[in-house]
Design a protein around this ligand. Sequence first.
Ligand code: FES
Length: 155
Amino acid sequence: MESIWKEKVDGVITQSGSSRLSLLPCLEAVQEECGYIPHEAVNYLRECLSIPSIDIYGMITFYSLLSTNQKGKYVIRLCNSLPCYLNGTENILDTLVDNLGIEPGQTTLDRRFTLELVPCLGLCDQSPAMVINGVVYGKLTAQLVTEVLDELRTY
Ligand code: FES
């Protein structure tokens, strides 16, 4: 896995240069490849871009899509803002928690699923809504959530 993220980082730097402006695309490339930002990647970026580690971690903390915690193969991001809440987020969350056996912020032991509660996803017209690895699921019902999880378990 390491060589692949390094290749992607090198690709970004080749294309965009080794300035600070390349930091975010490099981090996004690592996040996409590994599902999180390992410490080795931070060290590599510190050397390649001449940016202090503290600044790199600062950017990781600032962007909610970046994380130093290893996540599951599928990251379930359930909106918990008011419009979705009023349309039944609580029931959807109960279904997810019961089905997966984890609480928000946790990852299943088999590292297949991570469950996150996030602010508005910009899908209010489809509330309650969640996004799994970039795929939108709207107008959620307990049955739909169960079907989606069952399907993802087969991959
Ligand atoms: S409030 Fe849930 S997507 Fe906007």
